[in-house]
Design a protein around this ligand. Structure first.
Ligand SMILES: [Zn+2]
Length: 282
């Protein structure tokens, strides 16, 4: 088995929950059982949504869960001084510029509100595709044209052959935001490429993100990402069957730590998945 080089990528926008823990444990186990590496990569690009206590919660939760990572920041101080994503902005913009040369990009001046009013469930229907708005038009975002009726295909290690119609899932998606920050897909893809990540573990709700990033990797000719292994796992749900959210409630790891829940009750969740992992390992 080839060593798994994977990452966990929490966003400090709330307190981590059981579902985040499950994702981290799965990635950690894959790295460990293959004598690979686990990298901690904190997604701190969107500073407006971040609080220091949520950053601290990431480190506290990982230590509590007993997760060991070999690469990435060991402390909050290291994160802000050596690993902050802002330090990599020139590199992200280099990737955006490469995409600009594909002639598949266009500027979009639609506001969030306007897109909501298009009644396409958040999917962008290509409104500005042929308006020829200059790419440096103030206040515009840059989107990439997504082909219609073409499925992005990949083999999911847990679900098998997967095909996602990106046009129906995201439509023409943003690669550079109107505030000039790189979009999530750009930062995530660029880091995965630059850090030699060969295995990506995500919740199944992010399969559309994987498809978007595979599409970008194809345009960029980035074979390492195209050859990566993907694990899209089931999401843990609350007692009402809803997705867990990053609040401080009883499904948060912080609440559990403070109320005497043992980390073993969380790490035990992984046992349900272990047979599936063994089955799909080649
Ligand atoms: Zn538009």
């Amino acid at each position: 088995m080839l060593p798994v080089h994977t990452r966990i990528a929490p966003t400090p926008s709330g307190y981590l929950h059981k579902g985040n823990a499950f994702n981290f444990l799965l990635a950690s186990q894959l790295a460990r059982q293959s004598a690979g590496t686990l990298r901690l990569r904190i997604d701190d690009l969107d500073t407006l949504r971040m609080q220091p206590e949520h950053m601290a919660d990431i480190f506290e939760s990982l230590h509590w869960l007993g997760i060991e990572w070999q690469l990435g920041p060991r402390t909050m101080h290291e994160q802000t001084t050596a690993y902050a994503r802002h330090l990599r902005l020139p590199r992200y913009h280099e990737v955006i510029n490469r995409l600009m040369h594909t002639e598949k990009v266009f500027a979009c001046t639609c506001s969030r509100k306007e897109i909501r009013e298009m009644h396409t469930h958040g999917r962008y229907p290509g409104t500005c595709r042929h308006k020829n708005i200059p790419l440096d038009y103030p206040g515009s975002s840059i989107r990439i044209q997504v082909p219609e009726h073409i499925a992005i295909r990949f083999t999911d290690e847990l679900k098998g052959e997967t095909a996602i119609n990106l046009w129906e899932t995201t439509g023409d998606f943003v690669i550079r935001r109107r505030d000039l920050l790189p979009a999530y897909h750009i930062a995530s893809l660029t880091d995965d490429i630059d850090y030699g990540i060969n295995t990506i573990v995500r919740g199944e709700d992010l399969a559309g993100s994987t498809a978007a990033q595979l599409y970008l990797a194809t345009l960029l000719g980035e074979h390492s990402f195209l050859n990566a292994r993907f694990y899209h796992h089931h999401l843990l749900l609350d007692e009402n069957g809803h997705k867990l959210s990053k609040s401080g409630g009883s499904t948060s790891l912080k609440w559990m730590r403070e109320h005497g829940v043992t980390p073993q009750e969380i790490t035990g969740l992984l046992n349900f998945y272990t047979p599936a992992l063994k089955f799909y390992r080649k």
